[in-house]
Design a protein around this ligand. Structure first.
Ligand code: SAH
Ligand code: SF4
Ligand code: F3S
Length: 441
């Protein structure tokens, strides 16, 4: 049996695509292996979101070519493959196949061609492609990533994703529900619905509210999450579905990007500071105890001190549980690269703002977490923690909680008391599950 190794970079959508590729190749008679060394086929599933993501891949390709066994086939898939296409074949002569996110169906044929010495890049978009007949080979046994939408129809001026993933399209609700049933039958109790603006999901008949309710109703599914929603696509219907579907977790990852309306306009985010705040308020009013996380970019072209201050002040107003912070990276072909050169924010300013943002975000996160000590909640044990003999678990509102356990604990639900925090993550002490008590008058 030929063996295949896939190394994955980027977002959960890429992780999910790697699972589909592994599944497809397994169905074609390949064995999947966990290390590149000795594999017959090595695929690097890449991300193009920021320059450093691509640099990492280029460095890694250099390492891999030294490590490959003679005759092994090296391929590049994913967003960088889509972005660079045949250019990758020219710059890296060891790479034989380049396959974009909509062309994974061609993988077996392309690998066969590569065996005959062919070199090929396949980067056409296919708006019908959802890989419905592929069976994902899942990396994790606790939660399942389920793509519900591919591509993106927003055109945020910094972003390469519309170029690398093509136009937005949604899977049929019935197909998503079928996949959810399949994973539930395998004993998986948590699903994460994936899409670039996942709450704009619409399959022609059903919207994201219908989808949340349908997935939440699948027997055996105890937790439903989704990522990433766009603030403009939180209709009242979607918020109501979230609030009324018990399985849907009390957590939203709501990318903010900036706290300045002028900046948001240059980013073409299509909402203002006030709109964002209003969205947060609607969500919090509907869903008590909501965990809220976000993405923020610093150093986007034209960012003034005042605009950056507005980002800090919106963070203070919202008080996120956590935030992923990024330094703006110019991506070839995006509208941001055509902005006046004098708008470029000097590196030293970007660095200073980045540090200030991280300090603000961490400070808020720490305060929020300290205030939670002593609370009791349910966690799902996901995996062994990186250090010590603890296991890493998650609360419904997306807090990381380290708990004592054994390998058997993985996939189990525990009731814990939050007994300590580093400021970012918690330690939890198991407690007996309390039966519901009547509300005190
Ligand atoms: N579709 C998602 C975002 C996917 S990319 C959404 O709209 O929410 C994940 C994050 O990377 C973005 O939210 C943004 O904060 C960041 N990002 C995207 N392009 C970037 C760029 N060119 N430079 C820096 N950060 C970027
Ligand atoms: Fe990129 Fe904007 Fe689409 Fe998100 S919504 S993938 S940031 S273009
Ligand atoms: Fe990266 Fe593509 Fe995801 S650019 S973030 S892997 S959609």
């Amino acid at each position: 049996m030929p063996s295949v190794y896939i190394e994955t970079y980027g977002c959960q959508m890429n992780v999910s695509d790697s699972e589909l590729m592994y599944g497809k190749l397994r169905a074609e008679g390949y064995e999947s292996v966990d290390v590149p060394h000795g594999a017959d086929v090595v695929l690097v599933n890449t991300c193009a979101i920021r320059e450093n993501a691509e640099q990492r891949v280029i460095g890694r390709l250099g390492e891999l070519r030294r490590d490959l066994k003679p005759g092994a086939i090296l391929g590049v898939t994913g967003c960088m493959a889509q972005r660079l296409g045949a250019r990758l074949l020219e710059t890296d002569t060891r790479v034989q196949i380049v396959v974009g996110p909509d062309a994974y169906r061609m993988l077996p044929a392309l690998i066969d061609g590569a065996r005959q010495g062919e070199r090929f890049s396949a980067t056409d978009f296919d708006l019908e492609e959802h890989y419905e007949d592929f069976t994902a080979r899942r990396f994790e046994g606790v939660k399942a990533w389920i793509p519900v939408q591919r591509g993106c129809d927003y055109r945020c001026t910094y972003c390469i994703v519309p170029t690398t993933r093509g136009p937005e399209r949604s899977r049929r609700l019935a197909d998503v529900v079928r996949e959810t049933r399949d994973v539930a039958e395998q004993g998986i109790t948590e699903v994460v619905l994936l899409g670039q603006t996942v709450n704009s999901y619409h399959d022609g008949t059903h919207d994201f509210a219908d989808l949340l309710r349908a997935v939440g109703a699948v027997e055996g599914i105890r937790r439903v999450r989704y990522t990433s929603p766009h603030p403009n696509d939180f209709s009242d219907r979607v918020i109501a579905a979230m609030a009324e579907t018990p399985a849907v977790c009390e957590h939203v990852h709501l990318p903010m990007q900036s706290g300045s309306t002028a900046m948001l306009k240059r980013m073409l985010r299509r909402y203002s500071r006030e709109d964002y705040l209003a969205c947060v308020e609607r969500l919090r009013a509907a869903i008590p105890g909501l965990g809220l996380t976000t993405d923020i970019i610093v150093g986007f072209p034209g960012e003034t001190d005042g605009e950056f201050e507005e980002t800090l002040s919106l963070c203070r107003a919202v008080r996120f549980d956590d935030a992923f912070t990024f330094k703006f990276s110019a991506r070839e072909g995006t509208p941001a690269t055509r902005m006046p050169p004098e708008w470029t924010v000097p590196d030293a300013v970007v660095d200073a703002r980045y540090d200030a943002l991280v300090a603000t975000v961490r400070g808020i996160s720490r305060e929020r977490n300290m205030a939670r000590l002593g609370q009791r909640l349910e966690v799902l044990v996901e995996k062994e923690a990186r250090k010590g003999d603890l296991y890493q678990a998650r609360s419904r509102d997306f807090k990381t909680v380290l708990v004592p356990g054994t390998a058997d604990s993985i996939g189990r639900y525990l009731h814990v008391e939050l007994s300590g925090t580093t400021g970012a993550t918690f330690t939890g002490t198991p407690v007996a599950e309390r039966h519901a008590l009547p509300m005190a008058g």
